[in-house]
Design a protein around this ligand. Sequence first.
Ligand SMILES: [Zn+2]
Length: 341
Amino acid sequence: MPIKPVHGGDPIPLDSPGDVATLVGHLERRDRQPAWLGDHFAFLAGTRPDRFRPFQETVVVDDHLPRWEVSYDDQCVLLAGASDRCVETLAGRLRKRWSFYDAMALAAIGTDAARVVIADLVRGGADREEFESSGVWVPPTGPAELRFTSERRAVLLELGDFPGADNPVGLPLADVVREPASSPVVWHYASLRLSEIPGLPKFGAGRAHLVAPASGCMWTLFADVGTDDRYENEQVDYEDGPDEDYAAGSPEFGVGRAVLRPYGPDLIYTNGHIQSTPGVVGVAGGPPIGLYPNPVCPSCTRLMFHVTTVENYIREHGDGFRSLYLCEDCEKIAVTATGWN
Ligand SMILES: [Zn+2]
């Protein structure tokens, strides 16, 4: 069974619409732990989100959200396209009393109606950053924009020698930055072929690179992308300044490749994520992890579009998550380093 409840307890099958009704019944009666339920909902999001559709209104309108322990990226799958009745209910509740759960559900629904409500709420004084950290941008006019794809791919690391790999892990710096000698970039994690992530905006470069400066702390790196996909004009905002101990000595190159795979029953769903699946080191597509401010494009100030978030295990350098973003208007990328949550 690909569901491994984080605090133990046997999982129940989710093979039929009736099984899903049984699961939602547990949520309504509150007779199982929220985390146990949450791992089942994560599985449903990864395998058969269509079977949850009849229960969107149950969870949202009957207000089970505070006990619905489902990560934001799974909510974005399960609540996508929920009815205007859901949107109106959330809008009404939020106008009376602010609730993180209601705000995130509104973002996860993501319909035209939901995005108009979000824009109205932010322009009326609601916390813009709360939405931005979840990948939702409110422009000066018009509805809010979702700056992430609806589809996700599991990112798996395969070790070995793969010359000419689409998504190589461990490239020489000269392959990914124009001026390696003067660049703050000292490390390459992986490069991803952007066409393998459905739903990304049109971007000039064919591949984008997850790279790092010499630092073990939090930082954000911005770069322009040249016509040969190499980075130029790299700039790093460090939380604590650079740390030469993190400069690469003589790293080994060509350590492996990243493979992007659709979600399905072959992944392991535990603690609200798929990272316990052997080989999985991250997720491509979907929203950012939602705990840190997302980068804003330094050229046009639009919230940047989330591409992928991987763990440092993809190629050891620093600790925590590494996320890649792009601005399709300015052909700019950002890579961020954040700690474990
Ligand atoms: Zn821009």
